[in-house]
Design a protein around this ligand. Structure first.
Ligand SMILES: [Mn+2]
Length: 343
């Protein structure tokens, strides 16, 4: 790269790879390049074609992959989830018409690459995730993490709680993930929220878990999350609610204080999201899930994730990864709607 090109590409409002991004002087520093100058399928597959950067400086939302699936109990493969979601995300356009939000253009969004993990060591990996995320959280950026099996959220919550204190949790998931021990292991993808409670990372009285369904180990399992202080909306109840009614339930529950939103792709029916670690029949359609997420507009979340995408089990056309990428876009939209363009 010539010196002149280096200066040109370093200017705010420019992408490293594709040249000029948004034709205004006060545009945020980072965002996807203009697809009318280079097609959306071109280039390195970062999230939504946002630039790959190392520092959270000038970043409103940092997208990170967590390529880890050691804590999976059934179908592995979520270690490849970030890569698949990134590939599916390249066709995201800047504007969300349903929410009337110019996501890329109001938010500075960058892909900060993948976190370091240790395949085969779940407990160590949780610590690594927390250690790597905490400085990004301290910088003031929100994070949108792409899993990875659901245990990764424990590392995310450690980082956020270290900065903000205990968080309210809004969870969309087929499972409450509050089981205790599985085949002798305390750190697995069915236990992160029980571990988070034990560590004081969550405020269950400000948390609402929705979408739970499927067979259980015994009659006591269904009451487990409520016994721990969480509110639960089962999938059977959820599908009978309008998105607005669901949004009202969440608002009534979470009150004021820091919030985290975790979206497990297995809340979708396996017909819509076959590529996941623990599929459960009778879930949401992709369209319904988008509606429930959109109904959270106005809530200010500190962090977000989309987890449990397992590409080896995905179908032709990668419907699971496509759904995950679009859910991620809705999460970014929530961030715009909650904060405006100031980040
Ligand atoms: Mn889960």
């Amino acid at each position: 790269m010539s010196t002149r090109a280096g200066r040109r590409l370093a200017r705010p409002g420019h992408s490293r790879w594709y040249g000029r991004r948004v034709p205004t002087e006060d545009a945020p520093r980072y965002g996807p390049p203009d697809a009318l100058r280079s097609p959306r399928y071109a280039g390195v597959k970062t999230f939504a074609r946002c630039p790959l950067v190392e520092s959270p400086e000038d970043v409103d939302v940092a997208v990170l992959g967590i390529p880890f699936d050691t804590a999976t109990t059934n179908r592995p493969g979520a270690r490849f989830g970030p890569e698949a979601i990134r590939s599916a995300s390249i066709v995201l356009r800047p504007y969300n018409p349903v929410q009337d939000a110019l996501v890329f253009g109001e938010l500075s969004v960058a892909d900060l690459g993948d976190l370091s993990v240790t395949p085969g060591n779940a407990e160590k990996t949780v610590g690594q995730i927390a250690e790597q995320l905490e400085p990004i959280v301290r910088s003031g950026a929100r994070t949108l993490c792409l899993g990875g099996d659901h245990l990764v959220v424990l590392g995310e919550l450690r980082a956020y709680a270290a900065v903000h204190g205990p968080l309210g949790l809004v969870l969309l998931d087929a499972h409450a993930d509050v089981w205790d021990v599985y085949v002798g292991e305390r750190y697995y993808h069915g236990s992160p929220f029980r571990r988070a409670l034990e560590e004081g990372l969550l405020d269950p009285s400000r948390s609402l878990l929705a979408g739970m369904r499927g067979s259980l180990y015994g009659p006591g399992d269904a009451a487990m999350p409520t016994d721990l202080g969480f509110e639960v909306i089962t999938c059977e109840e959820l599908v009978a609610l309008t998105p607005e009614a669901y949004g009202a339930r969440v608002r009534a529950r979470v009150g004021d204080g820091p919030l985290f939103l975790s979206f497990d792709i297995d809340v979708l029916d396996p017909a819509f999201a076959p590529g996941t670690g623990t599929p459960e029949a009778g879930g949401l359609q992709t369209r319904e899930a988008l509606g429930f997420v959109r109904a959270l507009r106005g809530l200010a979340f500190s962090g977000y994730d989309v987890v449990e995408v397992s590409p080896p089990y995905d179908g032709p056309g990668q419907p699971t990864a496509v759904a995950a990428a679009n859910i991620a876009f809705e999460l970014l939209t929530l961030d715009v709607l909650a904060r405006g363009d100031s980040g």
